[in-house]
Design a protein. Structure first.
Length: 785
């Protein structure tokens, strides 16, 4: 089915509507809204078949986020509005027709919005842009694979290529992808994790010896206290609200730390229960700390300091001395360091009152089991790695590891981003993994670390990286410093994108470019040996299978596994001992190799077929084992270096609306925040707005203030008076990426600082963004199809 009336991508930002932010999430509107996209895009029958197969045994894993299924999962039918949007966006019967490519030069596609591009429907045939050509043209698969492998073979060094991965790729695809890349001879593997939870991996690896959550699903239900820092579950992990509701029913408490009073942190009306729909719902946060952006490290240090002082007042009553003596190192240094922490420094950095921090400390000390969760509000701050180390410090003080209801829990984003890392997608995999890989496939993997996402852009810019291949994702739009990233990508000799739908990265091309369309997770995948399933890992290390249930949208589509296998075969030939054809024919063969290479995945084929899959081992969670050089969990000393925001300036974060999945824009309402029909807004505290001489609704230009002296600006944004913390502001991602400098990254993880940008507002020089100005045209989102 092709679209007869292409959606327009010109929105009139004068239609923007601002209402009151919501105080609760889901409920009847949740159900209503969750059905709308499906019915509109897929029709009743395809909708029912698809939505009912989601997160079920013998169904497919929801591709929206990495939140786990309830234990004994797949007996409970649990799905959410944003999962439904993700599924219908993929399972739409609308396809891009062959004549589309001749009708639309790449220069025109480049002017289109992400929304428009995505709404053209599913990609169904490989297309190629030759050097000097202005259009993509359909080609056959053999020609496409050949073009890619010939280009790769012609490079003077394997390091002239970089291979990106987005977190939707299955374990099977990811495993053979990294095998191919290392067989080719490079570790240049930038991935979406570099922009996402890299800070969590670094901080947790150094302190507790594992970069993953130390809790299982049931721990969320039974913990006495859950502290959510820098995370918006109502929009980004909506099924987490059910777990929070159960935890409250079990008598637990919740504290939320966020500059924005997000609806999903306040009250939840469970759409799966009649009471939830009709009643008042469940109050979630017992305490809400409206923190100044970037202030979390100061807050955590202040709480730890208070905990240590309480122990001094009542020795033996506050710290878990036994746990610390047996399992930890560094308490003396931590105590000494925190003894110098000035309260006024904390209050300035956090914008909080001492009593609020006292209250949080009391809750923490009085709770027997505590889980701290976090996401991008922490990992994308300049001090993100240090902040997470302070989360670990606080948890260690009271032994909140390796017992029920206790632990550290980064909440991962993409549905299989954690699995991809487990399978070896990382530019710096440890020697033990490379050794095992080399033994299994009789070759010597490259040892030198490869480029991450930021370094990949620098490499393209400087001409060191000439070839780029993406397994999913939308690198051009997801990366920081849009102008720098796009200029770098235009320097490429070849840009190859394995994708389900059109996006910005297909339009930012250098000499040659290819788009290779692939099957989505919802679709039935039949190979020579019969129907195949794949496997994925969620945010609490539960691994399970995923099997598509709907007919592929077009006959010629190849699976990710097939595409990678064919490129590898054509490029490497017999260079390494891998049966690429066998991998494509039968995914069991891939899993057999995974069993031999990936720690914790022994007997993978058997265990993945068990009813609910299996849980990967985790030292801190299972046995209070800490895989650090000393064998102890490390309490660390982290220098507090509060963000210096001069007066008249604001700290800007870039965030997700309720109508998007990362760079995919489903529509342009942000229901819970009360913003409708537009995305070109900047949320500012009313007092700050007045102080800066603006009024609610004024049009402003948002200027970044940087050391590099470059002027990065978002023009014509609507100022919205919003109850965010004082001194803070928020715009949507990816529009806001224009303002994040390439070189401004988190210390220790090199993640772009997407949540801590110093800005100033000026009166807009032109009309609203998204009008007719060429500069803004591409990020202009219309409301409906
Ligand atoms: N529907 C939907 N689901 C998604 C996604 C999506 O785009 N749409 N994306 C997926 C991905 S890849 C990811 S990584 C996750 C992201 O999930 P989140 O991390 O929840 O996503 P963000 O919108 O970036 O929101 C970050 C939150 O941090 C807060 N924040 C900002 N700065 C600070 C700070 O300095 N301190 C504190 N304490 N809070 C701060 C913001 O106000 C916001 O509430 O969601 C995943 N799930
Ligand atoms: N300023 C700012 N920048 C950010 C962030 C932020 O908060 N602020 N967040 C960062 C984060 S947390 C992340 S994770 C990254 C996300 O970065 P990416 O993972 O690169 O981006 P996505 O938007 O998730 O990728 C969407 C594209 O993936 C393709 N796709 C979808 N499903 C499939 C599939 O099954 N197979 C294949 N092969 N392709 C598929 C589609 O073509 C779609 O257009 O962005 C980061 N960038
Ligand atoms: Mo992410």
């Amino acid at each position: 089915m092709t679209r007869s009336n292409p959606p327009v991508d010109e929105a009139d930002e004068n239609d923007l509507e601002i209402g009151k932010p919501k105080e609760w999430a889901a409920g009847i509107p949740g159900v209503y809204h969750s059905m709308q996209p499906a019915l509109k895009h897929m029709g009743i029958e395809r909708s029912a078949r698809t939505l009912l197969a989601m997160n079920q045994k013998q169904g497919f894993d929801c591709m929206s986020c990495a939140w786990p299924d309830p234990s004994g999962h797949r007996s409970t039918f649990e799905y959410c509005e944003n999962g439904a949007k993700a599924v219908t966006w993929e399972a739409t019967p609308v396809t891009v027709a062959s004549d589309f490519w001749a009708e639309h030069p790449i220069s025109e596609l480049r002017g289109r919005s992400e929304y428009w591009l995505g709404m053209q429907g599913r990609l169904t045939e490989p297309v190629y842009k030759a050097a000097g050509d202005t259009h993509y043209r359909p080609i056959d698969w053999d020609t496409a694979i050949n073009l890619v492998s010939e280009k790769l073979k012609g490079l003077s060094s394997p390091d002239e290529a970089a291979f990106y991965t987005s977190g939707r790729a299955s374990n099977e695809a990811a495993f053979i992808y990294q095998l191919f890349i290392r067989g080719f001879g490079t570790n240049n593997m930038p991935d979406c994790s570099n922009m996402c939870h890299e800070s969590s991996g670094v901080a947790m690896g150094e302190t507790i010896g594992v970069g993953k959550a130390t809790v299982a699903y049931d721990d969320f239900l039974t913990c006495d206290l859950m502290i959510l820092i820098g995370q918006n579950p109502g929009t980004n992990h909506p099924r987490m609200l059910s777990a929070m509701e159960k935890q409250k029913e079990n008598g637990g408490q919740i504290v939320a730390v966020n500059p924005l009073p997000e609806a999903g942190l306040r009250r939840f009306k469970n759409p799966q229960k009649p009471r939830g729909i009709l009643g008042r719902g469940t109050d979630l946060a017992d305490q809400f700390l409206k923190i100044r952006a970037g202030g979390d490290m100061a807050l955590l240090q202040a709480v730890s300091k208070r905990v240590l002082e309480a122990e001094e007042r009542t020795p033996g009553r506050v710290l878990d001395q036994e746990f610390i003596a047996q399992h930890c190192a560094g308490l003396v240094e931590l105590r000494e360091h925190l003894s110098h922490l000035e309260e006024q420094t904390v209050l300035d950095a956090t914008g909080l009152r001492s009593e609020e921090i006292d209250e949080l400390t009391d809750r923490y000390i009085n709770a027997d089991s505590v889980i701290i969760t976090w996401a991008m509000g922490v990992t994308q701050q300049k001090n993100g790695v240090g902040t997470i180390k302070e989360i670990i410090n606080l948890l260690l003080l009271r032994g909140n590891f390796g017992r029920p209801g206790a632990g550290a829990s980064p909440i991962r984003g993409h549905s299989n981003v954690q699995g991809d890392r487990t399978m070896g997608i990382w530019e710096q995999m440890p020697a033990s993994f490379l050794d095992a890989l080399g033994r299994e496939f009789s070759f010597e993997p490259p040892r030198e670390h490869g480029v991450d996402s930021v370094a990949a852009v620098r490499g393209m810019r400087d001409g060191d990286i000439r070839f780029f291949l993406s397994l999913g994702g939308n690198f051009a739009a997801a990366m920081s410093d849009t102008a720098a990233t796009e200029a770098a990508m235009q320097n490429l000799e070849m840009n190859v994108q394995i994708s389900t739908k059109l996006n910005r990265s297909h339009t930012v091309v250098g000499q040659e470019a290819l788009i290779l369309p692939t099957l989505g997770r919802t679709e039935i995948d039949v190979q020579a040996s019969g129907p195949q399933f794949v496997s994925v890992e969620d945010t609490v290390s539960a691994v399970h299978s995923s099997e598509g249930r709907v007919e592929p949208v077009a006959p010629g589509l190849l699976s990710e596994v097939a595409i990678v296998s064919r490129i590898a075969q054509a490029t490497l030939g017999p260079r390494i001992a891998a049966d690429w054809q066998g991998f494509e024919d039968d995914y069991d063969l891939i899993r057999e190799h995974i069993s031999h290479v990936v720690p914790g995945c022994e007997h993978y084929n058997q265990r993945i077929r068990e009813k609910d899959g299996f849980l990967l081992a985790n030292g801190p969670r299972d046995s209070r084992t800490f895989n650090t050089p000393s064998g102890r969990a490390r309490m660390t000393v982290n220098e507090l270096d509060p963000m210096d925001c001069p007066s008249g300036r604001l700290i800007l974060q870039t965030m997700r609306s309720h109508d998007q999945f990362n760079t995919t824009i489903y529509g342009y309402n942000d229901r819970y925040r009360g913003i409708k029909k537009g995305r070109h807004v900047i949320l500012v505290n009313p007092e700050d707005l007045a102080l800066l001489g603006f009024r609610d609704g004024d049009l402003v230009d948002v200027h970044g203030e940087y050391l590099d002296g470059k002027d990065r600006v978002l023009r014509g944004f609507r100022a919205v008076s919003y109850p965010t913390a004082r001194g803070c502001a928020a715009v949507y991602y990816p529009e806001g990426n224009v303002l994040v400098p390439l070189d401004d990254t988190v210390q220790g993880s090199n993640t772009p600082v997407s949540k801590g940008i110093i800005i100033r507002l000026e009166r807009a020089t032109n009309g609203p963004a998204g009008g007719s100005s060429e500069e803004n045209k591409h990020d202009n989102m219309p409301e409906t199809v």
